[in-house]
Design a protein around this ligand. Structure first.
Ligand code: SF4
Length: 492
């Protein structure tokens, strides 16, 4: 993944064009065997109800640490382990996971449904409501593309307590965090490579990472294997799934992915299933099977979001484990898959180092004739110094103006999202503007953390990606900002 990025991530412009292209091969499913429930709800006009989202009636998500939530974009209170997107709070100490059956019509979920039907604004959904990551939203994926026909009928499937007779038909089950990459803005919860590095360097604590306590980890692994995986298998055996989202960790290195995809083909209903991927695209073959040749041709449709946040050496710095040439070769091979070029997109998260290869990324996208999905690294905390918003306003504007001047004259519909996101960055408050009292100290903490990781991974040494100083030296003001000491704070 998600990605510490927002793994999910289907949005404005580029996504709308993809929706149009693939709509013709995918229609909303019917809910076989589910009787409508008579409802007596205060139902707002569907057209004007900006809160309403089909997710709590159709979709289910679980993290590798067994945190259930509405979707990967919702900001909820954690029950055990807080994740990067969660509302402020502390990690719990008790691992007490819920089964899907316990969660689906729990008081929490019933309240969410009622609030949505009443048109109430939900703090859990601010990422969509406030367009935090990009101009289009995750909600659009579900409401406009996957299940538009269901929207008007949600009340019919809901009783006055918020209980729904519908069962999940869209699954985002992150069974484990197994990943062969350790991208800089990701972390141990979503990457086993990160987890190993932290364990080796003893950079975790029972207080902050209770899920890493060996005895707890054994329990988590057991629950994810025996309960969560079994739930996924059950939904497949019931032929209920209509969308499956493969994201991790890195799903293409999971046995489970390849086995479940084959199982849906063997059960004869894969042609009703849409597949979505967030992948680092390091592997497209497994045990003699090829993703594009052996599996995907049997499915109703698919969309592969190939995560790539920089080209060449900068990309390899951001995404530790990336081999840029291998990525390009696999991307081109998958463009020749059954869905063609419109079923695979470059999924770009804008980071500050990544801005320094963005012109090249734009050129590569044009050359590949590829859709680009663009979003911004999460920035809920000024310690996230890899965010472009960490820069002072004047320096950020200078960097953005240069990029826009390069991209604007040659922008295409498929690359439009890059330009739109750069313009969006021009409008967003920088950390300095948003957190005037805490920005400076947060910068030093964030930089300290980055330098520590950098030293561990031997950045800048022969055979390794460049250092951040190498990357930032392309822009003297950025270099100066990054290397400032506390004494020069007053100048900034
Ligand atoms: S509105 Fe957005 S955050 Fe809320 S459930 Fe829907 S997709 Fe998830």
């Amino acid at each position: 993944m998600t990605t510490k990025y927002m793994t999910f991530s289907m949005y404005q412009g580029a996504m709308n064009r993809i929706f149009t292209k693939i709509k013709s091969i995918f229609r909303s499913p019917s809910h076989v065997g589910q009787e409508p429930v008579k409802a007596d709800l205060i139902q707002s006009d569907i057209e004007s109800n900006r809160s309403l989202c089909v997710v709590p009636w159709t979709h289910t998500f679980i993290s590798p640490q067994s945190e259930r939530r509405m979707c990967c974009a919702s900001r909820e209170k954690s029950s055990f382990v807080q994740q990067y997107i969660d509302q402020p709070g502390h990690s719990g100490v008790n691992y007490n996971p819920k089964t899907l059956e316990e969660h689906w019509n729990s008081e929490y979920m019933r309240n969410i449904r009622l609030k949505m039907l009443r048109g109430e604004k939900l703090s859990e959904c601010e990422v969509c409501q406030d367009q935090v990551l990009n101009l289009s939203t995750y909600k659009d994926w579900f409401n406009k593309f996957l299940f538009p026909d269901l929207l008007k009928d949600l009340a019919k499937h809901t009783d006055q307590t918020g209980h729904t007779s519908l069962k999940p038909i869209s699954y985002d089950y992150r069974i484990h965090n197994t990943c062969n990459f350790k991208c800089r803005m990701c972390g141990e919860q979503l990457s086993s490579a990160w987890e190993s590095e932290k364990r080796v360097h003893n950079e975790w604590s029972e207080k902050n990472d209770p899920w890493m306590i060996p005895e707890v980890k054994v329990k988590i692994d057991g629950f994810q294997k025996n309960v969560v995986e079994a739930e996924l298998i059950q939904s497949i055996e019931e032929k209920r799934i209509r969308e499956i989202y493969w994201v991790g960790g890195e799903p293409l290195v999971w046995d489970l992915h390849w086995n479940m995809m084959q199982k849906m083909i063997d059960l004869g209903f894969s042609d009703q299933v849409f597949c979505r991927y967030n992948t680092n695209l390091s592997h497209i073959k497994f045990k003699g099977k090829h993703l594009g040749k052996d599996l995907l041709p049997h499915y109703k449709g698919y969309l592969i979001c190939a995560s790539i946040d920089g080209t060449g050496a900068i990309g390899e710095w951001i995404r530790t484990g990336l081999n840029w040439e291998n990525f390009l070769a696999n991307f081109k091979e998958m463009q020749m898959g059954p869905g063609g070029k419109d079923s695979i997109a470059l999924d770009v998260t804008l980071t500050l180092p990544g801005l320094f290869s963005l012109k090249d990324m734009f050129d590569v996208a044009i050359e590949l004739d590829s859709q680009v999905i663009t979003k911004i690294i999460f920035a809920f905390d000024p310690e996230i110094v890899l965010s472009p918003l960490a820069l002072p306003r004047d320096v950020l504007n200078e960097v953005l103006a240069d990029l826009i001047a390069y991209i604007e004259p040659r922008v295409t519909p498929k690359t439009q999202s890059i330009l739109e996101t750069l313009r969006d960055l021009q409008r967003r408050p920088t950390f300095q503007e948003a957190y005037p009292d805490t920005y400076e100290e947060a910068f030093y903490r964030g930089r300290y953390h980055q330098l520590k990781v950098s030293a561990r991974r031997k950045d800048g040494e022969p055979g390794k990606p460049p250092s951040l100083n190498d990357i930032y030296s392309k822009h003297p003001k950025v270099y100066e900002w990054w290397n400032r000491s506390r004494k020069s704070e007053a100048k900034l």
